[in-house]
Write a protein that binds this ligand. Structure first.
Ligand code: SF4
Ligand code: SF4
Length: 342
């Protein structure tokens, strides 16, 4: 049942967890109840945003909201941002000060995105930096702040952070008022657990390696020949293989147990961010990420009753070609680490 969301300067979206854990439900409700009392703020509660199809009532509702968004969910902030993006809820990454360090806004903190095409004035290299999809197709100016509910148990931490983002003075906000009808909207719809890749288009170079690597028809291209997760539900549950062969580390599986594959990031010492899976991409450190990916793909082929192919000549050639293509700042950092024989 959906009712209209009132006009508001900002909407806080709460994406419920997949389990029925009462503690999680309590945390979500505690945040909704408190934030719903703030003037000019609506609260929209939806099922888990990863499980929802684009045609769902929840995404229809979200698509009607024009202003800034604050989205709290049980997945990493980067994963949430790009799940929303693939479902048409697009914007710039908004600053969040709790959770993993990926939640920085480069404008706010003066850090250049590692994937920006802009030339690095401090770099002596004359190599061109590669285009990212978001360089070619910039997202709208509005901010989408994604808050990860996994980082704390205390609702007050999230309430304080949401108020900070909203610019509400926590000491003067009057939250003793009753909630006005229509400010709190809950969308109830059936979902089932899904498993599919999510592309971080601020990293993706549109190289098409994933479409060539996956043999289950998950990827395709759109009308502008950009990579697209076309048949997400063709993805094999538990398979993260293509995330290991993506040269830009742009493929996220939000429910994978390895944080780097699930969308977590760490802050690099060089003042920009690196993802450790670039350095330690395989579950077994002695195994090459491409070998791991080929093995995982073979496992899924066997489960599907098909023949295995291992590391075929085409995969070897494509990976060699990708290694020879223009490098981004992350590649250069890894090269410099290699020189130190770490
Ligand atoms: S392999 Fe990675 S960088 Fe290349 S098109 Fe796929 S998601 Fe984008
Ligand atoms: S995880 Fe496996 S099945 Fe899913 S898209 Fe990637 S390669 Fe294809």
């Amino acid at each position: 049942m959906i009712s209209a969301v009132q006009d508001a300067t900002c909407t806080v979206v709460i994406s419920r967890g997949q389990s029925r854990n009462p503690q999680k439900r309590g945390l979500e409700q505690g945040i909704a109840d408190e934030i719903g009392k703030l003037e000019g703020v609506n609260v929209l509660t939806i099922p888990h945003l990863y499980d929802l199809p684009k045609t769902s009532d929840s995404y229809q509702k979200l698509s009607q909201i024009e202003g800034d968004l604050i989205v709290v969910s049980w997945i990493y902030s980067r994963a949430a941002h790009w799940i929303l993006d693939r479902n048409g809820i697009q914007g710039q990454v908004g600053l969040v000060e709790i959770g993993d360090p990926d939640d920085d806004d480069s404008e706010d903190v003066g850090i250049e995105q590692p994937n920006s095409k802009a030339t690095d004035p401090e770099s002596e290299s004359t190599e061109p930096l590669v285009d990212r999809v978001t360089d070619l197709y910039p997202r709208p100016d509005r901010k989408v702040h994604c808050v990860d509910l996994k980082v704390e148990n205390d609702p007050q931490v999230f309430i304080a952070e949401i108020k900070r983002i909203l610019g509400v003075d926590a000491s003067t906000a009057d939250t003793s008022l009753p909630i006005v009808g229509g400010k709190l909207v809950q969308v109830e719809e059936q979902t089932s657990r899904r498993w599919y890749p999510v592309i971080d288009f601020s990293r993706c170079t549109n190289c098409m390696e994933c479409v060539d690597f996956c043999l289950f028809g998950v990827y395709g291209v759109d009308g502008s020949e950009n990579i697209l997760v076309e048949q997400p539900d063709n993805c094999r549950k538990g398979c993260p293989a293509c995330s290991r062969v993506c040269p830009a580390n742009a493929i996220i599986f939000p429910q994978h147990k390895a944080p780097a594959i699930a969308g977590a990031e760490t802050e690099g010492d060089e003042g920009f961010k690196i993802d450790l899976s670039q350095l330690f991409g395989a579950p077994n450190k002695s195994e090459d990420p491409i070998e791991t990916a080929a093995r995982e793909r073979d496992e899924q082929l066997l489960l599907a009753g098909r023949d295995t192919i291992g590391i075929d000549e085409q995969l070897k050639k494509r990976q060699a070609d990708l290694s020879a293509s223009p490098k981004d700042r992350l590649d250069r950092l890894i090269d410099s680490l290699d020189e130190f024989d770490l």
